[in-house]
Write a protein that binds this ligand. Structure first.
Ligand code: SF4
Length: 640
């Protein structure tokens, strides 16, 4: 079934307008040049973009901007890489790549679980989906047998209901939020693994695509077993060693984040008005959240029966934890999964909530309705701050509690838009998934909503959002770390924390990050290689360059060096940038301006902690110098 060593050698072209399903074969050199995963998705998206010119006539319902992301002709890609179908640890991944409904620029966002392995073993490098079905459908893949099935009866189902309704190895589906074109909607697999960022659930919804399911009986074909299995062995040994020496990540995953993020002034608190868990009112500290209670350690103390688990096979790290009464597929019992750091921060401290147990309800709501936890936290915290400031537009409030505007939950309860209320996130998200009233505006996400409020009320609501290029900040505050702002600003998707990293601590932004620019570019290219293979970011430390290269060459039969892979990655980074620049020029905006962080991160200094008084750069001149240096090193024009 596989045409080449390491690659099935084909993708499935799905035209939802006509219902046609076509196998498109790829030649081996194209596959090697683009590696797979993100690289292949970027190549196909930028060279085979099916978007019509009329797509730019489509207007965003909240901002009125051009909205090509939601045009039926815009392609939606789901790709796997050479590590899927293999025994490389932490490789249960797949990438969704498209024009983001949230930002209208390039987005690539990753799911865990088994879907990626199973799609590849079914014989497909990936899927290229375009057009729009007249009625709700789902795509069924059983090895090389592919079909579109009627899914009208699944309309309105949550992702958990979809997974129960479809009999397949894996299901990747949207909930009501994606159907309602909520711009922060996420498709979900395995009950809780989300293609979280950029609102790609709305891309599914815009195409009337409810779900993709896959079952397989296939096996992978590799070039050199000895070389490949040698790499697997080395990686496993390193992972075993890390576990033996007590690497806390292997016990708590990202959920330890709240403890050190707050100490380092990185943890969003009350809509990014501080980064330490401290709550301020009129410049005075009035409360300190207990960020330890937000951590995974606290969660485990509270749920002693919970066990560590892994849901992306094969993964010796197994960074998840849950309390499940039986093995096998998740049972979707409420309050069982340990939330990730980003969720603990965005649905916790950023909303004034300081218990990891309370955060689980918001997390579960996101997974069921199919919404991104990060952008949900950004949206709800924005509305709470608007309420606190008295900047609510006329007609938004459905009631009032203690002088604060409120909404009516689906159960008929009046809920105040206030920080510190654990009931608020799950009940607000239930309304958001089926939007009516003010929620029809909130469906645009935090940035679009802030623009609408500013327009309606005259209050500068856009100053309250924390984002880059329209993508909500992923719970790591750049005002607490030198060089972090540039990582967000130069990332093709906007504010993403997984596309760059500095090897050593960089300090706080009281001095320029100019010297870090070569390392930033190198690490971005590393992330492209990792995301093209596709390897989980958390396995990077246990997968040094020699292991990665031997795994890639052993699987595919290539003879690439790490330098060769960096050259290929560099081209992909540039291609995605060029695609974004073409979009910005089409809509008449200045690319360099688009790279800047939002007002709150550039102008509102942190009130306390080790970075007290700081914003994301030393000053505007420093910001400009860092951007110019980065553009120079990338070989980009200064205006782009
Ligand atoms: S480290 Fe965690 S997220 Fe990464 S592959 Fe393993 S289980 Fe999945």
């Amino acid at each position: 079934m596989w045409r080449f060593d390491g690659y099935p050698g084909r993708y499935l072209d799905v035209c939802l307008s006509s219902g046609s399903l076509k196998e498109i074969q790829l030649d081996k050199q194209t596959l090697l040049n683009n590696m797979g995963g993100k690289g292949l998705a970027t190549h196909l998206l930028t060279t085979r973009d099916t978007t019509d010119d009329e797509a730019y006539d489509l207007q965003h319902p909240i901002t009125g901007d051009a909205d090509p992301a939601m045009h039926p002709s815009t392609p939606l890609l789901l790709m796997t890489g050479p590590f899927q179908g293999s025994k490389i640890g932490s490789s249960g991944r797949a990438v969704v790549c498209t024009r983001s409904p949230l930002t209208n620029i390039f987005i690539d966002t990753y799911i865990g679980g088994d879907f990626g392995h199973d799609l590849r073993l079914a014989g497909w490098d990936g899927l290229f989906i375009h057009g729009r079905s007249d009625s709700m459908v789902r795509l069924e893949i059983e090895d090389m047998d592919v079909s579109l099935q009627d899914a009208e009866s699944m309309r309105g189902m949550t992702t958990w209901q979809c997974e129960k309704a479809i009999d397949a190895d894996d299901v990747f589906s949207i909930g009501p939020a994606g159907e309602s074109l909520v711009r922060i909607a996420s498709p979900i697999t395995a009950g809780r693994r989300a293609a979280g960022r950029g609102g790609t659930g709305a891309s599914f919804g815009a195409k009337n695509l409810k779900a993709i399911s896959v079952s397989n009986t296939g096996t992978a074909r590799v070039a050199d077993d000895t070389q490949y299995l040698g790499a697997v062995k080395k990686q496993r040994q390193k992972m075993g060693e890390n576990r033996r020496v007590g690497d806390p990540f292997y016990r708590f995953g990202t959920s330890r984040g709240p403890i050190y993020a707050a100490q380092m002034a990185r943890m969003p608190t009350i809509n990014y008005t501080s980064a330490t868990g401290a709550i301020f009112q009129n410049g005075q500290k009035v409360k300190q959240l207990n960020t330890v209670k937000l951590s995974g350690e606290y969660w485990h103390q509270s749920m002693p029966e919970a066990k560590q688990s892994g849901c992306c096979r094969p993964c010796p790290i197994a960074c998840e934890a849950s309390h499940r009464p039986s093995k096998g597929k998740p049972l979707h019992i409420l309050r069982t999964e340990r939330p990730e750091y980003e969720t603990l921060a965005m649905l916790g401290s950023n909303l004034g909530i300081d218990s990891s147990l309370d955060v689980m309800d918001g997390n579960d709501a996101c997974n069921q309705f199919g919404v991104d936890t990060i952008s949900s936290g950004a949206l709800i915290s924005l509305v709470c701050e608007l309420a606190q400031r008295g900047w609510f537009p006329d007609g938004w409030a459905e009631g009032e509690i203690n002088g604060l505007p409120a909404f009516i939950s689906l159960e008929g309860e009046l809920i105040a838009w206030e920080f510190g209320n654990p009931k608020l996130p799950p009940l607000a998200l239930a309304r958001l998934a089926n939007p009516s009233g003010m929620f029809t505006i909130l469906a645009g996400g935090a940035v679009a909503s802030s623009r609408w409020v500013e327009q309606e009320t005259g209050h500068p609501a856009t100053r309250l959002t924390a984002h880059c290029k329209g993508l909500d900040l992923p719970a790591w505050d750049p005002r607490g770390k030198r060089g972090n702002a540039m990582a967000y600003m130069t990332c093709n998707v906007g504010a993403n924390h997984m596309r760059a990293g500095y090897k050593n601590p960089t300090g706080i932004p009281d001095s320029s990050a100019l010297d870090l620019m070569p390392e930033l570019i190198h690490s971005q290219n590393e992330s492209v290689i990792r995301d093209s293979m596709i390897l989980c970011a958390f396995a990077s430390g246990a997968t040094p360059d020699d292991v990665l290269v031997n795994a890639f060459n052993g699987i595919t039969g290539d003879n690439a060096s790490i330098e060769d892979l960096h050259l290929r990655a560099n081209k992909q980074w540039d291609a995605a940038r060029q695609w974004n620049v073409e979009h910005w020029l089409k809509i008449g905006v200045e690319p360099r301006q688009q790279d800047l962080l939002s007002y709150r991160l550039r102008r509102d200094a942190l009130p306390d902690g080790p970075a007290a008084g700081m914003v994301s750069f030393v000053d505007d001149a420093d910001e400009s110098a860092c951007l110019s240096e980065y553009y120079n090193l990338r070989g980009w024009a200064h205006s782009s």
